[in-house]
Design a protein around this ligand. Structure first.
Ligand code: SR1
Ligand code: MG
Length: 421
């Protein structure tokens, strides 16, 4: 994987894409009609890439192309094109373990153009938008919990043989540029006066300055940065926030795993939990009716608890039934010491994972409020005073989770602290 821009690379436009696709589409992917009859819209609203919806007479697809820079920042923030390769590969691996019920299908990848095409999801909508609109989803916790369990278990040393797992570590180590973005934006910049930071000012100035002086919290953040950089536990999605999930009332699809690499499981779980907590704290900015606001906040807390419980139940089942994976070997646990000993090992494993999940959730909240890449849940609350008061409460819980994660033996108990903020 080279980090340079290939000679054949050029960013595509809605005008140039049909002609490119007419030469590149695999023969079994028929959009219908002539390329000039296709409707193309560029819809990318993420931080990094171009995203096109291409509608033929028979079929619609999504085409995603990496740019040699960070779209949200402009051409001065250079970024290699290799992320398209990693995203394409992570989508395939996730689909292998979680299935196309939860992960979109990908059709082709073109390395020179840093492009891949995938299933068009309709009528799916980005979860973050739906949470802001106060919608509820019957299958969301089950789907995200299963997605996490399937992808994390099967790519870890508990569920995968050591040779294959080390091959994944080596393959995804090359995604270091996107890891570096996470290392900087989540784990470092919120904790000092970094140029890219962007908080609600002046309302939160004092709160942010207090964070920079908070040795107790910063020491934990730095410990978790080190864990993120060194613990190759499982293949992570790497950016599992509510903007990386598309939903309908009955379906959930996880998209956008370009930050995928082999890292600590708690990073993915904590990212998701942190984003549900930001939906929780931003609620008063979107819902003025107090009773309705309370009700939706309760729903969000239940989502966190259920997602975690689904994850633990499903992961435990996979672990009980495992056939391979050199960690916690079958010969010792399933065939040797017996069920009780396996249960004790699992209980210890999940206790540690819960603690790490809560810390990562807190770190994700801090960075979205203080750092470069904010989230619409807060950023789009127009009244700055109201926004800042929501964010201030979120910062309070974030600190509690980072500093006192060990105290929370049950995930549901974080709800009490959240309500007290
Ligand atoms: C420069 S990229 C900023 C953020 O956008 C992505 O979605 C990730 O969350 C990243 O940290
Ligand atoms: Mg993304």
């Amino acid at each position: 994987m080279s980090n340079t821009v290939p000679a054949g690379y050029a960013p595509l436009t809605s005008e140039s894409l049909p002609s490119y696709l007419s030469k590149k589409l695999p023969s079994d992917l028929v959009l219908g009609g002539e390329p000039k009859e296709w409707t193309v819209k560029e819809v990318g609203d993420g931080n990094l890439n171009l995203v096109f919806i291409v509608e033929g007479l028979e079929k619609t697809i999504v085409v995603k192309q990496a740019l040699p820079y960070v779209r949200a920042a402009g051409e001065s923030w250079k970024l290699s094109l290799t992320r398209a390769y990693f995203e394409y590969n992570v989508l395939n691996i996730e689909a292998k373990f979680a299935g196309h019920r939860l992960v979109p299908q990908v059709y082709f990848y073109d390395q020179d153009m840093a492009i891949f095409a995938m299933e068009f999801l309709s009528p799916h909508v980005i979860l973050r938008k739906e949470l802001i609109a106060g919608k509820t989803f019957a299958c969301l916790a089950e789907d995200v919990g299963v997605f996490l369990a399937q992808t994390l278990f099967h790519t870890s040393d508990i569920g995968m043989n050591a040779e294959e797992k080390k091959a994944l570590v080596s393959k995804f180590a090359v995604n270091h540029e996107l890891c570096k973005i996470t290392e900087d934006l989540i784990f470092s910049e919120p904790y000092f006066d970094a140029e890219r930071n962007n908080w609600t000012s002046p309302q939160l100035d004092a709160d942010v300055h207090k964070v920079w002086q908070d040795e107790e919290m910063i020491q934990v953040a730095m410990r978790y940065k080190y864990k993120f950089m060194t613990e190759s536990q499982a293949l992570l999605h790497g950016d599992l926030h509510s903007g990386s999930i598309m939903v309908t009332e009955s379906e959930t699809k996880v998209i956008d795993p370009e930050f995928g690499f082999m890292g600590p499981m708690a990073f993915d779980i904590g990212n998701y939990v942190g984003n549900l907590l930001m939906a929780y704290f931003s609620r008063p900015g979107w819902e003025s009716d107090e009773a309705k606001c309370d009700e939706y906040q309760r729903y969000l807390l239940e989502q966190i608890t259920s997602t975690w419980h689904v994850f633990v139940t499903h992961f435990t089942q996979l672990w009980n039934d495992k056939q391979q994976g050199d960690a916690y070997p079958v010969e010792i646990y399933q065939q040797g010491l017996g069920e009780k000993v396996l249960q004790r090992a699992q209980s210890e494993f999940f206790q540690t994972l819960l603690e790490e999940t809560l810390v990562n959730a807190g770190l994700e909240m801090n960075r979205r409020i203080i750092g470069f890449a904010g989230v619409a849940d807060f950023k789009e609350i127009e009244n700055a005073e109201l926004r800042a008061s929501c964010e201030r409460r979120a910062l309070k819980l974030a600190r509690e989770l980072i500093v006192n994660a060990k105290e929370y033996k049950e995930i549901a108990t974080i709800g009490q602290f959240a309500q007290s903020c």
